[in-house]
Ligand binder design. Sequence first.
Ligand SMILES: Cc1cc2nc3c(=O)[nH]c(=O)nc-3n(C[C@H](O)[C@H](O)[C@H](O)COP(=O)(O)OP(=O)(O)OC[C@H]3O[C@@H](n4cnc5c(N)ncnc54)[C@H](O)[C@@H]3O)c2cc1C
Ligand SMILES: NC(=O)c1ccc[n+]([C@@H]2O[C@H](COP(=O)([O-])OP(=O)(O)OC[C@H]3O[C@@H](n4cnc5c(N)ncnc54)[C@H](O)[C@@H]3O)[C@@H](O)[C@H]2O)c1
Length: 457
Amino acid sequence: MTSNLTADVVVIGFGKGGKVTAAALGRAGRRVILIERSDQMYGGTCPNVGCVPTKQLVHHSSKRRPDDSPEEWFERSIAEVKALTSTFRAGNYNALNEAENITVLTGTASFVDEHTVAVGDVRIVAETILINTGSESVIPNIPGLRESPRTVTNVDLIHTAHLPGRLAVIGGGYQGIEFASIYRRFGTQVTVLESSDRILGREDDDVAAVAADILTGEGVEIVAGAEVLEIRDEDTVVYRKGGREHTLTVDAILAATGRAPAIAELKLENAGVRTTAGGAVEVDSYLRTSQPHIFALGDVNGGPQFTYISLDDSRIVVDQLLGSGKRSTADRVAVPQTLFMSPPLATVGLTEKAARSAGYRVRIGMENVADIVAMPRAYIVEETRGAMKFVIDAETDQILGAALLSVDAQELINVVTLAMRHRITAAELRDSIYTHPSSTEAFNEVLGAVIRADGVR
Ligand SMILES: Cc1cc2nc3c(=O)[nH]c(=O)nc-3n(C[C@H](O)[C@H](O)[C@H](O)COP(=O)(O)OP(=O)(O)OC[C@H]3O[C@@H](n4cnc5c(N)ncnc54)[C@H](O)[C@@H]3O)c2cc1C
Ligand SMILES: NC(=O)c1ccc[n+]([C@@H]2O[C@H](COP(=O)([O-])OP(=O)(O)OC[C@H]3O[C@@H](n4cnc5c(N)ncnc54)[C@H](O)[C@@H]3O)[C@@H](O)[C@H]2O)c1
């Protein structure tokens, strides 16, 4: 029997942006219903099958001692992941479900019309609707890949306690490189097959080369310029490289070629919500969809796919619904990101290549971590691999971008980002007082270690 409910706000999907917005609206006295399709996903991708478990695996993989059995160590690590993700999942559920004015429903939501959402037999009519359904790994259209029982995504890997002996990773981007690094460190034989002429296509050649050297130094095989042709007999990856066909027999094949907005089950057409050519929910800079009372937050709206962007989306939507309505995606300046290989690669702003093509005259400060005299911390913690690179506007001394491949880079990049946002010059960042021994004090040196400089006009 169908039951009808009403709410001020319905949130579809328990991702970062949705839950933070739901909490704020509940506190403000709005009646909120938050719908999540899976009882294994309260809190969304990040704490269940994304950021948190992968970073926990980065940590555990680096603690394995040579005498530890790779299989046992991996099994223990996955057990730790299970324990932590369960704690976070329960914490997320309880925090929302026990909050005043908020109800969590478990089930798959779809639109009936522009003000009505269905979950099984329940129909909910609401004034405002937020879509926060995230994204899902794309399995590329390679013959045999979808059919092979060896094909896995991030979700399968996080849930499998059995360490694959040989892993093929299709895609050398964020997911591909993180998993390649993690599994190699656990003891798996890993081959990354990347279709472009090198991994980490967005980065400058010199930075990507340092990253590739670290990975290959750890035993990851990287095949760039590889065209994966088919998966034969379930376990054999057939690819073309340099005009020749090669085969690779493996225990698991990770599809890491990008993530697409999760809209398949939403029946957006019933609500008249438009999508983009890339399959995202179309939004304006205030995150309103083509139906102004329906918003889309997080990966589903086609913006950068990071948890902190979904969080920032919630600031915009809360400002629309409870605040001045001024905040927008146009306010975002310098958004950093970190790829958690070991050591991590954290970047912000423009690469040298992008700065030059945008017409800037640049000064490049760059040094290998091992050569940075001002950063003994790298030697203290025995992680001297990597390099730091700054792209500086030669005319104004503003920092245009940075790529930090080093111990602590995931923290350092936030300092650089803050400097960029507040227009602190490269000289000011270079000549600041930093604690010792820290990684930040590398800035005292690297920002002055100029390897290339254009003349100023
Ligand atoms: C392996 C991996 C590692 C990552 N590591 C990082 C990292 O270190 N740092 C970082 O910032 N980002 C990382 N990301 C990206 C980050 O996880 C995402 O950008 C972020 O989780 C997106 O959040 P969201 O709010 O858009 O939605 P999500 O967190 O994806 O939540 C969407 C929720 O909606 C639910 N849902 C979908 N459709 C429906 C429906 N029809 N009805 C009801 N519920 C539905 C889903 O089950 C899901 O729980 C990683 C991603 C992956 C895959
Ligand atoms: N640490 C983090 O913050 C983190 C970690 C994982 C994922 N993420 C987010 O998730 C997003 C998706 O990650 P992703 O790694 O799936 O995508 P990605 O876009 O980062 O990388 C995909 C890679 O696959 C390659 N590729 C595409 N088709 C291919 C094919 N047929 N054969 C071989 N290579 C192919 C691309 O050239 C690219 O290098 C990321 O862009 C990021 O926003 C973030």
